[in-house]
Design a protein around this ligand. Structure first.
Ligand SMILES: NC(=O)c1ccc[n+]([C@@H]2O[C@H](COP(=O)([O-])OP(=O)(O)OC[C@H]3O[C@@H](n4cnc5c(N)ncnc54)[C@H](O)[C@@H]3O)[C@@H](O)[C@H]2O)c1
Length: 324
């Protein structure tokens, strides 16, 4: 398989002002991309996530990738070679606006695949989610695990993956799927109803509020530090065949209770932790198999959980105290 390398390519990152996307943008610049363009409607993403990248010549277009014409304009105007699709609306948003959460996941990818089918660019790396699997039928979950989504967000992710694979079969496109498990780290949104549990817990403790756990806290997730995810994606990029899908995971399980306690311990919080009712459609257990990933790229270095949490606490503090 011959795929154009990241170095010297012109790259579009859709959803690149968000959490994973902005770290990906930084790494693409480090790896010598010719130019990095970001398209993000700032639904959750923030310009500040790209401060460093914009200083190094990246270009941000604040626009909606569900709009085919807007996407076409950017891809044609910059003569894009490679696209990374990180655009999504948060899982929590699917409880507020289920249909729109589903459609964003599907429409952005449909727009990209239609452009790729017309040779507008060469390679597409699409970010799926472990949420597409639903609760584990067996563990660790490999890429052959059935897709049994529990939310419209997850149904949108699963549908998008199937769409990509059918386009590859029908039109021989160079498109593939990476499927991250739960990410954490700096730049993960900590504001409002759509915040992730780690940044939200950090924020609550900083503001003197009581951190909380939904349900008994025994539900597990396979946490991976965001910079590890990005490094893995870029290693996978050069070897994964078109149409294929690979988990981005650590093959470890951390209970939400342990996650909240680790944050509390790191921040020297000695108070209580509030128990809230379990959230509907919360998957019980998520542990991904790394077998296929390791076969593809070998073992990679993982950031220890405590170190990752410390970096995240430092970042939330920096952002909060800067804005006050
Ligand atoms: N964060 C995780 O733990 C995790 C886990 C598994 C998979 N993923 C996947 O990784 C990808 C990135 O997730 P993230 O955590 O960085 O999310 P994020 O919400 O931080 O980033 C998504 C970005 O997409 C943008 N966006 C939304 N709708 C858009 C639209 N119509 N047009 C242009 N931009 C739009 C948002 O503003 C945001 O900046 C997503 O595909 C997500 O499903 C994330």
């Amino acid at each position: 398989m011959r795929r154009q390398s990241i170095k010297n390519s012109t790259i579009l990152v859709v959803g690149g002002a968000g959490f994973i996307g902005s770290h990906l943008v930084d790494q693409l610049i480090t790896e010598g991309a010719n130019k990095v363009i970001i398209m993000d409607n700032l639904f959750i993403g923030a310009r500040e996530n790209l401060d460093g990248a914009l200083n190094k010549g990246a270009i941000l277009h604040v626009d909606n990738a569900e709009n085919q014409e807007a996407l076409t304009y950017i891809i044609e105007n910059y003569n894009i070679d490679i696209v990374f699709n990180c655009a999504t609306k948060p899982l929590n948003y699917s409880f507020i606006n289920p249909a729109n959460a589903f459609l964003t996941n599907v429409i952005v990818l449909k727009n990209l695949l239609e452009l790729q089918r017309k040779n507008a660019f060469q390679t597409l790396c699409h970010l799926s989610s472990s949420e597409a699997y639903g609760s584990a039928e067996y563990q660790p979950m490999d890429e052959g695990h059935p897709l049994i989504p529990l939310t419209t967000y997850a149904a949108g992710k699963a549908s998008a993956d199937l769409m990509l694979q059918s386009y590859v079969k029908m039109f021989d496109l160079d498109a593939f799927i990476v499927r991250p498990f739960n990410n954490y780290g700096p730049r993960q949104n900590f504001e409002g109803e759509m915040a992730g549990v780690i940044p939200l817990t950090i924020k609550k403790i900083l503001e003197g509020e009581i951190p909380e756990i939904h349900g008994d806290g025994k539900q597990t997730r396979d946490y991976i530090y965001v910079e590890d995810t990005v490094n893995i994606i870029l290693k996978v990029f050069s070897v994964i065949p078109p149409g294929d899908c690979v988990n981005i995971t650590t093959d470890q399980q951390t209970a939400i209770k342990t996650v909240v306690e680790t944050v509390a311990e790191t921040m020297k919080y000695k108070g209580t932790i509030l128990k809230k009712p379990a959230r509907k459609a919360d998957v019980q257990s998520h542990r991904g198999s790394t077998k296929k990933l390791t076969d593809m790229i070998g073992t990679t270095q993982k950031t220890p959980f405590k170190e990752g949490i410390m970096n995240t606490v430092d970042w939330v503090k920096r952002v909060k105290y800067k804005s006050q």
